[in-house]
Design a binder for this molecule. Structure first.
Ligand code: PGA
Length: 254
């Protein structure tokens, strides 16, 4: 089954509203053509979403949040609810990023609650998984991915899965400049797809897009995206500069 590429910019804690507007101004020209072969998504920090939302409104570029609460409203200081993102036209939300797992202690169960909350609100989760170097070297790669997939995607239906994008991001490759080789990435992606097959059946496994993340750059996006089970990228560092993110996507679709 042909899966359309999806490449998303994860800006993390970078770019306020002014820088967001500046980026979008220089990034948009040419995106219409790129979007024929690749869905393009930008995930700014929450406070920059209003600026991004109005500038992206008539464009082919989709808007994502980097996190969302598992609650609807109320006494949850510092949190942002799905309905607030809906109001701003947000379409995707990154969940379970390794920085949220390791720095903020988010568990598979908590991430699963957010996945359910997002789907109920018509937000598409970009659901992140990935092993640390220690886990990989300790022979635990498959065990970790299995736990993250079965826990984070627990109690979802095959229908739900049509709105879920999975991002495989080996923690040792995030922000380090060390990219998994296309072989390493392909191998992990094929394994993740086999887990989706066990959990949801072969149709869902064949249709689900699995992004690779971890030091994706303009110079390596093509060789990664050429692999059978790699359907896009979640990009941190190389998405912060409009020209570099543009080039990364252009090389991926070429
Ligand atoms: P990186 O980050 O591209 O800077 O490695 C990727 C991510 O954390 O999503």
């Amino acid at each position: 089954m042909a899966r359309k590429l999806i490449i998303a910019a994860n800006w993390k804690m970078n770019k306020g509203p002014a820088e967001t507007a500046e980026f979008i101004g220089s990034f948009l020209p040419g995106t219409e053509e790129l979007s024929q072969k690749c869905d393009i998504v930008i995930a700014p920090p929450h406070v920059s979403i209003p600026a991004a939302s109005s500038l992206l409104a008539d464009s082919v570029v989709a808007l994502s949040a980097q996190n969302v609460s598992d609650q609807d409203e109320g006494a949850f200081t510092g949190e942002v609810a799905t309905c607030m993102l809906n109001e701003l036209g947000v379409q995707y939300v990154i969940l379970g990023h390794s920085e949220r797992r390791s720095i903020y202690g988010e568990s598979d169960e908590f991430i699963n609650a957010k996945v359910h909350k997002s789907l109920t609100a018509d937000l598409r989760p970009i659901f992140c998984i990935g092993e640390t170097l220690e886990e990989r070297e300790g022979g635990k790669l498959e065990e970790v991915l299995r736990r993250q997939v079965s826990g984070g995607l627990a109690n979802l239906t095959a229908e739900n899965m049509a709105d879920v994008v999975v991002a495989y991001e080996p923690v040792w490759a995030i922000g380090t400049g060390v990219t998994a080789t296309p072989d390493q990435a392909q191998e992990a992606h094929a394994f993740v797809r086999s887990l989706l097959q066990e959990q949801f059946g072969s149709e869902v496994a064949a249709a689900t897009r699995i992004q690779y993340g971890g030091s994706v750059k303009p110079g390596n996006s093509a060789e990664l995206m050429n692999r059978e089970d790699i359907d896009g990228a979640l990009v941190g560092g190389a998405s912060l500069e409009a020209a570099s993110f543009h080039e990364l996507i252009a090389n991926a679709v070429a």
